[in-house]
Design a protein around this ligand. Sequence first.
Ligand SMILES: Nc1nc2c(ncn2[C@@H]2O[C@H](COP(=O)(O)OP(=O)(O)O[C@H]3O[C@H](CO)[C@@H](O)[C@H](O)[C@@H]3O)[C@@H](O)[C@H]2O)c(=O)[nH]1
Length: 423
Amino acid sequence: MLKAIILIGGPQKGTRFRPLSFEVPKPLFPVAGVPMLQHHIEACAQVPDMKEIILIGFYQPNDELNRFISSAQQELKIPIRYLQEFAALGTGGGIYHFRDQILSGGPAAFFIMNADVCSEFPLQEMLRFHRQHGENHCGVLLGTTANRTQSLNYGCIVENHETNEVLHFVEKPSTFVSDIINCGIYLFTQDIFGHIGTVFQRNQQERIQEELTNGKQMPEVIRLEQDIFTTLAGQKKLFVYKTQHFWSQIKSAGSAIYASRLYLKQYHQAHPERLATNQDGTPKIIGDVYIHPTANIHPSAVLGPNVSIGKGVTIGGGVRVRESIVLHGASLFQDHCCVLNSIVGWDSTVGKWARVEGTPSDPNPNDPYAKIDSETLFRDGGLTPSITILGCNVNIPSEVIIRNSIVLPHKDLNRSFQNQIIL
Ligand SMILES: Nc1nc2c(ncn2[C@@H]2O[C@H](COP(=O)(O)OP(=O)(O)O[C@H]3O[C@H](CO)[C@@H](O)[C@H](O)[C@@H]3O)[C@@H](O)[C@H]2O)c(=O)[nH]1
């Protein structure tokens, strides 16, 4: 039997996702109409012999997470539970801490996935690849190709081209190492815990020594990437399976819009029922659009491509929405407003003829290996042009333009803004 573990991190990790992560833990942010994590879970549930999915993180248990877990369990008929780390233990520390729970029942292998990635999750292909490579290795990393410049933002993998063995692994190198990058999706056997255990023992001794000499408490963090993969590379213990399918990180709100586009496209095969279609008396749909069944949309509105409309959203006559995510309870009910490259937060309203517009941060379309840039919020003393985000419960009056701005929650704006964070 198999298990899957999803590393969901914790509250302080989603900083590039603010102000949206104020309202909902980042892994539950809706991407293509469903919580980010649901895409991982649906992929796991399709793997034969998958017995359990474990979420590991350092969020306090909360209502949203509990609700999500119980509804996903019911819908997908697979046991899911959340294990909370007592502190941020790192990508290897959390799974080591909970190793008994992961290994209970004797899984032959288990998947580990970063929550903040979007992917086609080729888990069954990874499993086949793992079996083809015999019993003696302890893991398969999913890899994809990036361009030389962007590879530096990821874990970089040098492989033996004939055997696919991982020869070197360098996490976010400062100069070019390899264009094969780590997707943050792995398949391990229980042997991995022997290697994490060695690092744990070594760290433990160093921590005791440090405490005795300097009186300082060192954090108990183990990173799979720097502490484990780097050491195991070149020892015939790790292999890389390269995917040709889509993959992207979801670090910023802008990358959530891009990830939505990728998942909406995948819905044509995986979930055609989630895609809106053009019918008499319904709004005009252009390209891939998700509309929650409870949304109330005027037939003269025009939506798409790449639009996700959340639960209970109201959209008025003549409204245009493109490349955007409109969250639960928002109202674009005033006629003729326009929302482009933006995220409209929970319960926000946009007034008549108002325009809410951002700048897309898509990967370079002319480079097949380009990834989305995780731009910093500020560049050259100004706000980096990016998507516009309205936090929850923001009210945009009629006939104003909000462009390339981030509006924090609970604001009633009274004029136009551009290139600003509105606090
Ligand atoms: N449970 C738990 N999860 C954690 C912790 N720290 C990070 N995570 C989770 O682990 C994932 C990776 O987190 P980061 O530490 O932010 O790493 P990164 O910059 O995204 O880089 C990682 O992912 C890249 C692919 O997206 C890889 O290329 C890179 O090698 C690395 O694995 C995220 O889903 C995050 O929530 C922790 O202490 N505890």
